[in-house]
Write a protein that binds this ligand. Structure first.
Ligand code: CP
Length: 308
């Protein structure tokens, strides 16, 4: 593997084949506990933003394969508060760990860290930009639900402007011939740069303000939270926060095979009466983070099935 391959920063760095390789390896990691693939290896989790699923599933993935985890989830308790730079922080952490997972509110910080780090770096979300490992588990979930990723119709709902999971997933799905509907208010539209990228891959791509019009066509509805923490104006967030809400009644026009995904945490957009139905895949989706991240760690650290 080249140095670049040993980082996971942007979904743009992956070919279709590269994504398929991750999903195939994730399948072999299902239920993989106690295999000593990562014994003696240490993962550092540097979380400058809150997280439940991403941080804990990386920790679980590492520990289930015999590895150890260090890190922080509150940068306020680190020497960054004494004025230490991120660069110097990384210079220290790379001597304590074999791989770094970073989440940061600013777009581009994960890329910067990968450029100064001697060990592989994984982007666990950089601002409103991307969340590539979430995309890998989203693709894995779609494949498990529908038996394929190719030629599906996907509706993205909610905060498409600030939703980094949507940005990464739309780009990834454009390698698989997806038809995509982007359902949002005018204020939270999908950024034009991502739309252009998806269209450049010859994918049908339609923006709409009406969920009910497109719902009967969908194989996957990918709902997202309105990202309160990204709004520069709290008044605008208050206007947007309750616009989208799907409940079981709203799905009456949907295909029986529709699967509802959500990166979680959810806000008001999915009612709890969907939770126990075959539509709901968001809990399983979060659980899929473990085998997918086990696969990514083995690939980056050239361990277990990926040992050279
Ligand atoms: N999906 C996701 O990124 O969740 P967390 O913010 O809890 O990590």
């Amino acid at each position: 593997m080249s140095r670049t391959d040993r980082n996971v920063i942007s979904i743009r760095d992956f070919t279709r084949k590269g994504l398929e390789d991750i999903l195939e390896l994730a399948q072999t990691m299902e239920g993989c506990r106690g295999e000593p693939y990562l014994t003696g290896r240490i993962l550092a989790t540097l979380f400058f933003e809150p997280s439940t699923r991403t941080r804990l599933s990386f920790e679980s993935a590492m520990k289930l394969l015999g590895g150890e985890v260090i890190g922080f989830s509150d940068p306020g308790l680190t020497s960054l508060t004494k004025g230490e730079t991120i660069r110097d922080t990384v210079r220290m952490v790379e001597s304590y760990a074999d791989c770094i997972v970073v989440r940061h509110p600013l777009e581009g910080v994960a890329r910067y860290i990968s450029e100064v780090s001697k060990v592989p770096v994984i982007n666990a979300g950089d601002g409103s930009n991307q969340h590539p490992t979430q995309t890998c588990l989203d693709l894995y979930t779609i494949q498990k639900c529908h038996g394929r990723i190719d030629d599906l119709t996907i509706g993205f709902l909610g905060d498409l402007k600030y939703g980094r999971t949507v940005h990464s997933l739309a780009v990834a799905l454009s390698h698989f011939g997806a038809r995509m509907f982007f359902i949002s208010s005018p204020q939270l539209r999908m950024p034009e740069a991502f739309l252009e990228e998806v269209r450049a891959n010859q994918c049908e791509c339609i923006e709409t303000g009406s969920m009910q019009d497109v719902l009967p066509k969908l194989d996957v509805l990918y709902a997202t939270r309105i990202q309160k923490e990204r709004f520069p104006d709290p008044v605008e967030y208050e206007k947007q926060k309750g616009i989208w809400r799907i409940d079981l009644a709203a799905l009456s026009e949907a295909k029986k095979s529709l699967k509802v995904l959500h990166p979680l945490p959810r806000g008001l957009e999915i009612a709890s009466d969907i939770d126990g139905t075959p539509y709901a895949q968001y809990y399983q989706q979060a659980a899929n983070g473990v085998p997918v991240r086990q696969a990514l760690l083995c690939m980056l650290l050239e361990a277990g099935p990926c040992a050279s």
